[in-house]
Each structure stands twice: as structure tokens, then as C-alpha cells.
Design a binder for this molecule. Structure first.
Ligand code: FNR
Length: 207
């Protein structure tokens, strides 16, 4: 397979317009699209081809409400480090779409998967979590190409989420994903627009 400028342009547009989304319309996502999103995770790279990510689709309103409550507590606790103007700015940031997103996924990482036979991770166990992050990013881009938005939520107590979902002890919580039609699209991160953190250029140093 060889790609040309048309493919590069399309990829660049998806990358440029991918955002962390916290504002969703309630419109349901068709099961055909959900199936495509699930399938793209199979295309993600992973250490030793271990595919250590484990995904729960959470439909239960009770569980969603409990996760939102967990978020609110974690957000308040994490916010204690900010003072003055920064505390006021933090209070205004929207950091989740759990209250709105039609599709919500709890993503975990298996701590010691059989698949892959340990290849590539002996010296760097973190590669399992890195692999899950790559699967999430693959999903993130695919969702954008479906004109959907994805929001990643980490302001949560991971052990509490594991207890809430009754997951096996080998599953370590990685992230909560909110997916749905975005209320608006943007080519600039919300945290940049909000003045919390401007976009920084990636520098490549040479040695
Ligand atoms: C590992 C990890 C964890 C989180 C995030 C991202 C990643 C990679 N981000 C989204 C983050 O704020 C966002 O990616 C940056 O602000 C850049 O914006 P864009 O993603 O380019 O729109 C995020 N956003 C949010 O509103 N609540 C959260 O808990 C988190 N947690």
C-alpha cells in the first residue's frame, strides 16, 4: 500500500481537528459505528502484540452517576493545590462529559497478559499502559473521522472505579472515555482557549 497527498491531507485534517471533547449532544451513536470503533482498537500497536487493553461499555445510569460522583470528589481534592486566580480558573474548567456522552467506555490494562509472552516489557512494565494509551489514541482518531468526539477522563480514583465495576484484580484502570457528537468542533485545545495552558511546540533536540 502506498499513500499519496490526498491521504496525507485527510490524515492531517483528522489530526488537526481531533480534540478532547467535554461537551456532547445526546444523539445516540448507531451500533454500526460503535462496531467500527471497537474494531479499530484491534489495529493499535502494543508491546509484544499483547493487546493488554480491556474495555467495558458502561450503559448503567447508576454506574455513570457513581463515576460522576467519584470525578467530582477527585476534582475537588486535586484542585486544593491551586490558589488565587489559578483556583478560580480551575473551578471554571469542564473536565468531563460523563453527564452527557451517549457512549462511555471504562478502559483497563491487564497487569500481566498471557498474550505476547512478556516480549518487550521485561525492563519496562510501563509498556503495557503505553500500549493501552496507543489503543485509546487510535480510537480517538477513528472517532473523529466518524465526526464524533472523544473525551478522556483521568480525574478519578482508579481503585474506586475498579471496585465499582467489579473488575478482576489483574485489570488496572487506565481511563474513562466519553464518546458522542460534539456540541462544537475546534482546531485548538479547550485548555489553550481557556488560557489554562497554551499550546507548546514539540522540539526535537539533537545529540
Ligand atoms: C492521559 C490523558 C489524561 C487526560 C487527558 C488527556 C490525556 C492524554 N485529558 C485531555 C487533555 O486535557 C487534552 O488532551 C489536552 O488539553 C490537549 O487538548 P486536545 O486533546 O488536543 O484537544 C483530559 N481532559 C479532561 O477534561 N479531563 C481529564 O481527566 C483528562 N485526562
Amino acid at each position: 500500500m502506498q499513500f499519496d497527498q490526498t491521504h496525507r491531507d485527510a490524515l492531517t485534517e483528522v489530526l488537526r481537528w481531533r480534540r478532547d471533547v467535554r461537551h456532547f449532544r445526546p444523539d445516540p451513536i448507531s451500533e454500526a459505528v460503535v462496531a467500527r470503533l471497537r474494531a479499530v482498537m484491534d489495529m493499535a500497536p502494543s508491546v509484544g502484540n499483547a493487546r493488554p487493553w480491556r474495555v467495558l461499555r458502561v450503559e448503567s445510569p447508576e454506574i455513570r452517576a457513581a463515576v460522576l460522583a467519584n470525578f467530582e470528589a477527585a476534582r475537588a481534592e486535586a484542585g486544593a493545590v491551586y490558589a488565587d486566580d489559578q483556583a478560580a480558573a480551575y473551578a471554571k474548567l469542564k473536565l468531563q462529559g460523563i453527564d452527557q456522552a451517549p457512549l462511555q467506555l471504562a478502559v483497563f490494562t491487564h497487569r500481566d497478559p498471557q498474550a505476547g509472552h512478556g516480549l518487550g516489557r521485561a525492563t519496562m512494565p510501563v509498556t503495557l499502559q503505553q500500549s493501552t494509551a496507543m489503543a485509546i489514541h487510535t480510537l480517538w482518531l477513528a472517532a473523529r473521522a466518524e465526526n464524533l468526539g472523544l473525551g478522556m477522563v483521568s480525574v478519578l480514583d482508579p481503585r474506586a472505579i475498579e471496585r465499582l465495576l467489579g473488575t478482576p484484580p489483574e485489570w488496572e484502570f487506565t481511563a474513562w472515555l466519553c464518546i458522542g457528537t460534539p456540541e462544537f468542533t475546534d482546531d485548538t485545545p479547550l485548555l489553550h482557549r481557556a488560557g489554562w495552558q497554551a499550546n507548546l511546540a514539540t522540539e526535537w533536540e539533537t545529540r
